[in-house]
Write a protein that binds this ligand. Sequence first.
Ligand SMILES: C[S@@+](CC[C@H](N)C(=O)[O-])C[C@H]1O[C@@H](n2cnc3c(N)ncnc32)[C@H](O)[C@@H]1O
Length: 261
Amino acid sequence: MGDFSGVFYTDTEHSIKLLQGSCIEILNNQFAENTFDMIFADPPYFLSNGGITCQSGKMVSVNKGKWDQTKGAAENHKFNLEWLKACQRVLKPNGTIWVSGTTHIIYSVGFAMQELGYKILNDIIWYKRNAPPNLSCKYFTHSTETILWAAKNSKSKHYFDYQAMREQNQGKQMRNVWEISAPAADEKKFGKHPTQKPLQLLNRIILASTSEGDWILDPFCGSSTTGVAATSLKRKYLGIDMDEEYLELSQKRLKEVVTLL
Ligand SMILES: C[S@@+](CC[C@H](N)C(=O)[O-])C[C@H]1O[C@@H](n2cnc3c(N)ncnc32)[C@H](O)[C@@H]1O
């Protein structure tokens, strides 16, 4: 990978790079077509609407930050179309993309994927046994997220490590319902990202869909859970985020993981 603007951190020896800015602009302006083997995207869920939730037994605001405020259904969909299009261009012909989301965005993401000609391979139901209770008592407790897995287009011959997934599932074919807990305290020792994903989730995704040495992109990298998992599994990693504070957190986590290799 050559020279870029917006570079926040580089570790050439371990093929790690963090870029600061809008992922749409960076991908459209700085990357050639067919660059990445796999993309994991955890975009804004647009759920920071002033509501409440429960955290460690306390009532807290659901607001994650300005980047997560809704712009209305039509604008949110336009944004999903734009970044998914930018990702599709830089994905290799046989590459795949994983996108996580809740009900707030996942239907828009799925529709945008269909509009762009991605081939949807699976919808994974990520079940969180330790999800917080619903304080309003007007709904069922939210305890799942959906992760869509898609190939670049209908011609793609996607990679799937069936055996590795079977081994992780006591020798039985793995189903699309994954029970994985929220990140452990140790995963937050360098600081907290409000929507940090568990390492176990990214380890599974990376093992299922990539080989050693593959390039993995996370266009909304936050604390770089994807990068930590990618580096520990000997894959190459490029993370993009607009927020300096999250990139600093990413950098701390990535600097630690290379000492453990
Ligand atoms: C849901 S969080 C990702 C959390 C991450 N998966 C983790 O484990 O820490 C989404 C991230 O996208 C960033 N973001 C929002 N809009 C962006 C954009 N247009 N380009 C790049 N980053 C963006 C936010 O700053 C936030 O850190």
